[in-house]
Design a protein around this ligand. Structure first.
Ligand SMILES: Cc1cc2nc3c(=O)[nH]c(=O)nc-3n(C[C@H](O)[C@H](O)[C@H](O)COP(=O)(O)OP(=O)(O)OC[C@H]3O[C@@H](n4cnc5c(N)ncnc54)[C@H](O)[C@@H]3O)c2cc1C
Length: 213
């Protein structure tokens, strides 16, 4: 099934720096907020000039659904500065508008028949997995036997995001850092190899987002 893709001038509600030198962008975009599913992304036109020419893709980190006239749907994006586009984006002020295109991509296929959901986030890969965990925790509320395990991997302690938020959703969190400053020392995929035997007899689904291992 193909779903409609919107091109909208979304108002920036907020755009601010969080820990680890990363940023959070909140956009008012009711149509996209209502339809986007975890793992899908939006394409953002950074400014109205021809440089940078191409739109930049960003996953949706969280969605705040439409709640009537004065509470329009919003999407949140978590991003890091890697080049010119994200540098410009980090300086865009609230109340301005950004031309966005979405929802794009297929998104995660949620395996509701599975008893254990293992989410693996490498670095900025945590961004779409928060949205996924929120959806999974709603399903878990109806079926409390379901388990959500989240593996968060980062270069160092300072770059670990959303640990508290995942905990609030009732997820079982495992941290790994490349430098060993928090949790397991090493890459998140090595930690996965270590813990997989724990789930041997459980129907498990693995969802992952991050750089190549
Ligand atoms: C589907 C999708 C979803 C994404 N979601 C997010 C997100 O939620 N948060 C976020 O921070 N980033 C996300 N990204 C990456 C983001 O799109 C890039 O960081 C951004 O486009 C870089 O633009 P720029 O103009 O700042 O950098 P550019 O000037 O375009 O690039 C600067 C340098 O970074 C490298 N680079 C650019 N993009 C990537 C990339 N995707 N991976 C590795 N190296 C790259 C380039 O090769 C270059 O060396 C996503 C990418 C994709 C494809």
């Amino acid at each position: 099934m193909t779903s409609k893709i919107y091109q909208k001038n979304a108002t920036i509600i907020d755009n601010f720096r969080i820990n680890g030198g990363y940023y959070k962008l909140i956009l008012a975009t009711p149509e996209i907020a209502d339809r986007i599913i975890p793992g899908q992304f939006v394409h953002i036109r950074i400014n109205d000039k021809t440089d940078p020419l191409l739109r930049r893709p960003f996953s949706v980190h969280r969605v705040i659904k439409n709640k009537g006239k004065f509470n329009k749907g919003q999407i949140e994006i978590l991003y890091g500065i890697v080049g010119r586009g994200t540098e410009i984006l980090s300086k865009v002020s609230p109340k301005k508008k950004l031309d966005i295109l979405g929802p794009l991509g297929n998104g995660f296929k949620i395996g509701s028949e599975y008893s254990t959901h293992i989410l693996i986030a490498g670095g900025m890969g945590v961004a779409p997995l928060m949205f996924l965990a929120e959806r999974l925790s709603k399903a878990k509320a109806k079926n409390p036997k379901q388990k959500i395990v989240v593996l968060i991997g980062a270069q160092t302690k300072r770059k670990i995001f959303c640990e508290k938020e995942f905990k609030k959703l009732g997820c079982d969190i495992r941290i790994s850092t490349d430098d060993g400053s928090n949790g397991f020392k090493g890459r998140v995929n090595s930690q996965l190899t270590q813990i997989l035997p724990l789930f041997k007899n459980q129907a498990s689904m693995i969802y992952a987002c991050g750089p190549e291992a």
